[in-house]
Design a protein around this ligand. Structure first.
Ligand SMILES: [Mg+2]
Length: 168
């Protein structure tokens, strides 16, 4: 049986771009652990991601330093339900240049194919994942932090999952 693919989702630079690249984005503020955060969020993102997950029979999972706060502060504002959270903080030292989140992701995926929407990954992350036991097929979707997630990124993942992971 094919294992259900994962769609890994970052917040800053993906759902919350650094610029207001379109009028669809609305400004929000929230307080987390005493810190004030300003957000730009597009409420269409949730429905689009849920459609992608449904069409490809995949599971959406947070891969963000927001961790559980993403379920409280981000999900309701973009139209997503509560999602599973990969614990990514607590191990900031990198030996080979990979992002600290990449090690947490490698330990989490357990052979399941995954596509990862993030603005901070590069060749070191790709190499780390390729070499890591228990990591199967994956696609790193490089989102430009200035513009955030767009339809092209979603189409890229839809096409990849349809082709390589056997989704129909
Ligand atoms: Mg980011």
């Amino acid at each position: 049986m094919r294992s259900k693919p994962l769609l890994l989702l970052d917040v800053d630079g993906v759902l919350n771009p650094s610029r207001r690249s379109s009028l669809r984005y609305r400004r929000h503020t929230c307080v987390v652990d005493g810190g004030l955060y300003k957000l730009l969020l597009d409420k269409r993102h949730g429905p689009l991601l849920l459609s992608l997950a449904r069409e490809t029979d995949a599971e959406l999972v947070w891969a963000t330093t927001w961790e559980e706060h993403a379920n409280v502060e981000i999900a309701p504002r973009v139209g997503l339900p509560r999602l599973p959270v990969i614990q990514v903080t607590g191990d900031p030292v990198s030996s080979a240049g990979e992002h600290f989140k990449t090690r947490a992701v490698a330990d989490y995926v357990n052979g399941r194919p995954f596509a990862w929407f993030d603005d901070g990954l590069g060749a070191a992350d790709h190499d780390y994942l390729r070499a890591h036991e228990g990591v199967g097929d994956f696609l790193l979707v490089d989102v430009d932090a200035r513009h955030g997630l767009d339809a092209g990124h979603l189409a890229q993942v839809r096409e990849w999952l349809t082709r390589t992971a056997g989704a129909s």
